[in-house]
Design a binder for this molecule. Sequence first.
Ligand SMILES: Cc1cc2nc3c(=O)[nH]c(=O)nc-3n(C[C@H](O)[C@H](O)[C@H](O)COP(=O)(O)OP(=O)(O)OC[C@H]3O[C@@H](n4cnc5c(N)ncnc54)[C@H](O)[C@@H]3O)c2cc1C
Length: 516
Amino acid sequence: MPDHTHDHHDSPHEYDYVVIGGGTAGSVIASRLTENPDVTVALVEGGPSDVGRDDVLTLRRWMGLLGGELDYDYPTTEQPRGNSHIRHSRARVLGGCSSHNTLIAFKPLPSDFDEWEAAGAKGWGAVPMEAYFARLKNNIVPVDERDRNAIARDFVDSAQAALGVPRIEGFNREPFTEGTGFFDLAYHPEDNKRSSASVAYLHPVMDERANLTVLLETWAYRLELAGIRAEGVHVRTKDGEELLLRARREVVLCAGAVDSPRLLLHSGIGPREDLEGLGIPVVHDLPGVGENLLDHPESVIVWETNGPVPENSAMDSDAGLFVRRDPGRPGPDLMFHFYQIPFTDNPERLGYERPPHGVSMTPNIPKPRSRGRLYLTSADPSVKPALDFRYFTDEDDYDARTLVDGIRIAREIARTEPLAGWLKREVCPGPDVTGDEELSEYARKVAHTVYHPAGTCRMGSPDDQLAVVDPELRIRGLEGVRVADASVFPTMTAVNPMIGVLMVGEKAADLIGGEA
Ligand SMILES: Cc1cc2nc3c(=O)[nH]c(=O)nc-3n(C[C@H](O)[C@H](O)[C@H](O)COP(=O)(O)OP(=O)(O)OC[C@H]3O[C@@H](n4cnc5c(N)ncnc54)[C@H](O)[C@@H]3O)c2cc1C
C-alpha cells in the first residue's frame, strides 16, 4: 500500500475515500472515517446543506417537506392490487431521509438481525450488532412529557385495555413482541430539533476537519471503473461542471435504496439482459441489482373527533402499537402508528371527505411477503427509475389479510374507553364496510407507504445468486467499492428501519477502517 499521507493536496479531486450520498448512512461513514486526520474523504451529496434551515431541522415540520424542492419524489409503477398513486418521498438534502422523516427510533429487534444472519449476512446477528447501537451519536429519547398529547395517551390506554398488550415505556430498553406506548425519537425535545444523521454526525465536525470535503448539490451519475476496480465517480456539480472524483482506496455508495441500485445500473453493473436492452454497456453482470425491493405498506382508518384535538405533539404520530397475531413468530406481525390528524390524502381519491378534526390509525405489515423490483427505463441517468413494489401480490394474500386484521383491531381500540369518548364517527372506511373482501379492497386502494424502501442491493452469502454485496458490504465481483445504506438489508426489519440504517453506517465504517 503506497504512503498517501503526503499527497493529500496534490490532486484537487483525489481522496482516500469517496462517499456517495450524504444521507443517513453516508453521514455516519464520512464522519467516522475522518476521525483519523490522515484519511481524506469526499462526501458527495445531491442536495443542499441543512445547516440553519428551520424548515428542515424542526421535526414537526416534516410533512411540509414532502413533495417539495427537497424531495426526489419517486412515482411507483401501476399497482394492480394496490394504490398506483403512491409517491415515494426521498430527501434531497444533507442527512438524507433522516432530515425529513419522523425520526421514530427503533433498534431492530434481535429476530430481525438474526434473520439477516440466517439469510447469509454472516456477522450481522443480534449479538454482534448490539455494539453499533451503543455507538450511535443521535439523541434517542422517548417522546417528551410535554409532547404527549391527551388523545395519544388515551389511544395507548385503550389499546392496552382492548388487546391486553403490555404498555411499553422505552421501546429500545428490551426486545418486545407486542406492546403499546409512546415511541423513542431521535430529537431534542427542548426545541423540537432533529437529531438526524447530519445533525449528530456532520454538523459538529464539518467545518473543522480539513480532511473532509463535502460537495453539496453535486450529483453522482456513473462509477469510474478500470476493469473490475472502482477508481472513482463521475459527478455533475451545481454549476453544471463535470468532474471525476478519484478514490485511492474505496468508493462507498450510500445513495439509498432507490439511488444506489440506480447508480450501479447506469454504471453497467446489474442484470445483463436489462442493461443490454437499454444499450448500457455491461461492465459486470450482477442479476440482483434492483431486485428484492421491500417496503412497509400501510392502510388507514380515520375518525372524526367530537372537537379539536389538543395541539401539543412532537411530530403528530408519537405513539403506536405492535401486535403479534401469530405466537409462532419471533416478533410482531402487525404495527400501528396513531396520528393525531385525519390522514385522508389517499381516501379522498375514493371520494371520502376530510373531517374538520380527527385522528387516524395506520396499520402496517412489519414482515411483508410481497417483493418488488426497481429497474431503469432509459439509459439517460436523469430519468427516474421504475419502482414496482408489487404490493399485495404475495401468493397466500398474507399482506392484504394483515391490513384487514389491522382495521378490525383498530375498530376494537376505537370502541374502548378512554379513546371512544373522543370519537364522533368513523369517516373511512366507514362502519358499513365490514366484510373481508370489502375491507381488503378498501385497505389496498387507500394503501400508503411507511416510506421504508430497502433491500435492492441485498447482502448475502456467496451462493446467493441475487446477493449484490457480501457481508463486508463489498460489491460481489468488483474491487474498491461497497454499498452501505438501506439497500443492503437482506430482509425488512419488523420495526421502522432508520436506526438499522445508522447501524449499517457504523458497521461499514468499522469494516472499511479495519481493512485500511
Ligand atoms: C417521510 C419519511 C418518513 C420516515 N420516517 C421514519 C421514521 O420515523 N423512522 C424510521 O426508522 N424510518 C423512517 N423513514 C425511513 C428512513 O428515513 C430511511 O429508511 C433511511 O433514512 C434511509 O437511509 P439511507 O442512508 O439508505 O438513504 P438516505 O437517507 O435517503 O440517503 C441517501 C442520500 O444520498 C443522496 N443521493 C442519492 N443519490 C445521489 C447521487 N446520485 N449523487 C449524490 N447524492 C445522492 C440523497 O440526496 C440523500 O441525501 C422515513 C422515510 C421517509 C421518506
